[in-house]
Design a protein around this ligand. Structure first.
Ligand SMILES: CSC[C@H]1O[C@H](OP(=O)(O)O)[C@H](O)[C@@H]1O
Length: 356
């Protein structure tokens, strides 16, 4: 099979920090388990490989998971047998849906791809239309991130540069490019409204230490890496005016599921009168769940917290609890920014004014 050049999805994001490349016959994923030490690309030609990459967090980040899964569905049509292509693609969709439970972007993307599949009359038709839809989902996410950054910076109404604190990684590596919360950081920097970003290392997977610090250093954005436990002392100093984070699923009432540790940050922010902003595309809003109580929270292997950099640091056989998301109640959030607009949660009752 001839190797095709990457399909141009981006015209704004820095191609160096994009984590997903569509080749037409395969999808390339920058293996985020190996960053920052090594930039290694996985070339995957089937849905099962994409599902494995999501499960193993070679690709992670709610929007990036949805985009990768969409490419996985497109690849399943290319690989399907002529005699049973519809069932084979449906099976691939089901496989991808089982890869991780919390980021609703995954299920949003799969539902959209399923809708296209149901309209296809032949495998050839499915191959081209599913690929086009996956590329569109990718491009839409990038466009949403750029739009959200503009909306967020306007909503912050900054009169002078300020420092912010962020958690996990919400940059180009976690999305279709540019980033959600880190997209706002990029915009603040571009507008000369950013003093410094404090980046939580984000135990246990270290998305902050390994990915956010890597992205911001490459963009020459002033970043200070801090232990998760140092966030309280940093907010107490008074230099940080905003905590800006992403999301994996936003419930109808505005409760937000995000990386473990986000809820604690929101409590700290409220205590220290620091504004708390969530930035997430519409594909992260799940109006089918009434509140955060209904959001499935992924628990990963306890071993992930018993080791550090591949070296075991806890005694053998110790019990470990490793939920990788938590839920921040809407009343601790000052702003939720989507590409459809900004929700001011303390005054507003959830997402209804922007989503039905
Ligand atoms: C814009 S990424 C959203 C979200 O995804 C991350 O989780 P993970 O690294 O486990 O996929 C984190 O919660 C980010 O805030």
């Amino acid at each position: 099979m001839t190797r095709q050049s990457p399909v141009t999805v981006h015209d704004k994001a820095d191609p160096d920090t994009v984590a997903i490349r569509w080749l037409g016959h395969a999808v390339q994923l920058l293996d985020q388990r190996r960053l920052p030490a090594e930039e290694h690309w996985l070339t995957i030609e089937g849905a099962a490989g994409v599902a494995q990459a999501i499960r193993d967090m070679a690709v992670r980040g709610a929007p990036a998971i949805g985009i990768s899964a969409a490419y996985g569905v497109a690849l399943s049509a290319r690989c399907a047998d002529e005699s049973d292509w519809q069932q084979e693609v449906r099976t691939a969709i089901d496989q991808l849906a089982e890869s991780r439970p919390t980021a609703v972007n995954l299920f949003w993307a799969l539902q959209r791809m399923r809708g296209v599949l149901d309209q296809c009359q032949s495998r050839t038709d499915a191959v081209s239309r599913l690929a086009e839809t996956a590329v569109t989902i990718h491009r839409e996410d990038l466009a949403a991130n750029i739009a959200m950054a503009d909306l967020a910076v306007d909503a912050m109404e900054l009169k002078k540069p300020c420092s912010v604190l962020t958690h996990c990684n919400t940059g180009a590596l976690a999305t279709g490019g540019y980033g959600t919360a880190l997209g706002v950081v990029r915009k603040l920097h571009q507008e000369r409204l950013l003093k410094r970003v404090y980046a939580d290392e984000t135990r246990p997977w270290l998305q902050g230490a390994r990915l956010t610090a890597w992205e911001l250093a490459r963009d020459r954005i002033p970043v200070t890496l801090n232990a998760d436990g140092a966030a309280a002392a940093i907010l107490a100093k008074g230099d940080v005016k905003w905590v800006i984070v992403g999301a994996d699923r936003i419930a109808a009432n505005g409760d937000v599921a995000n990386k473990i540790g986000t809820y604690g940050l929101a409590v700290l922010a409220r205590h220290h009168k620091v504004k708390f902003m969530v930035v997430a595309p519409a594909s992260t809003v799940d109006m089918s769940v009434a509140s955060g109580r209904d959001i499935p929270i992924e628990e990963r292997a306890g071993d992930e917290i018993c080791q550090f950099g591949g070296i075991r640091v806890a005694p053998e056989k110790v019990d470990a609890f490793n939920p990788v998301f938590d839920v921040t109640p809407a009343d601790l959030i000052d702003l939720i920014v989507t590409e459809r607009g900004v929700v001011h949660t303390p005054e507003m009752t959830g997402m209804h004014q922007l989503f039905e």
